[in-house]
Design a protein around this ligand. Sequence first.
Ligand code: TZP
Ligand code: MG
Length: 231
Amino acid sequence: MRGTRAARVSRLDIDLYVILDRTASLERDLRDILDGVIRGGGRIVQFREKEWSSRQCLPLLEDLRRRAKSAGVSFVVNDRLDLALAVEADGFHIGQDDLPAPLARRLLPPSMFLGVSTHSLEQARRAQEEGAAYVAVGSIFPTATKPEFQLVGLDLLRAARRAVTAPLVAIGGITPDSAADVIRAGADGVAVISAVCGASDPTWATRLFLERIHAARAAAKAPLTEGDKPL
Ligand code: TZP
Ligand code: MG
């Protein structure tokens, strides 16, 4: 069982994790935003809706889930266990005020992965122990998208990288210009709302993020050249 879950999770592509949030999408249909993200090469998306009832969400959510599935893109539902189960999402995401992770893990089918948002080292460690397939750390930078954000900065990301082996997803105020810093600080992936959902061209924004993330990772892995070596 453990081996099966580990194998499945290691295939999760979290380089760029786009959170589809209606209120950040400039009145555009989330189906169109998702299609743009898929065209741009995004491999994982999350549905996040803080205002609509579950009943109201369902038709949109079913369409998004269908589109993601046919593109082979991982689909995660935020907060709402009922909706995650109803559309057979690939993953379910919770924060520190939602169901406790062990309870969520027990209620989910074994095939559905769990992601957990954290704002401290202790929370990050606990999320890993309690079965999170990835641990989100934020807010890395100030953000207007989540007014009650807790600013943790790149320092928490660096500390979490040393303390946690689970994949780390950085979130909060990240733009294409800061994506490389976040990867260099130890993130395995970058989660964004406004920088993609609020972009005039979500496809272009997705491509730009992926380019920057891949370049930062390649640079971090490259051996030092003569010129880079300390004297
Ligand atoms: N959790 C911490 S910050 C944040 C969430 C959901 C908002 C991220 O949105 P943006 O627009 O990418 O800053
Ligand atoms: Mg939540």
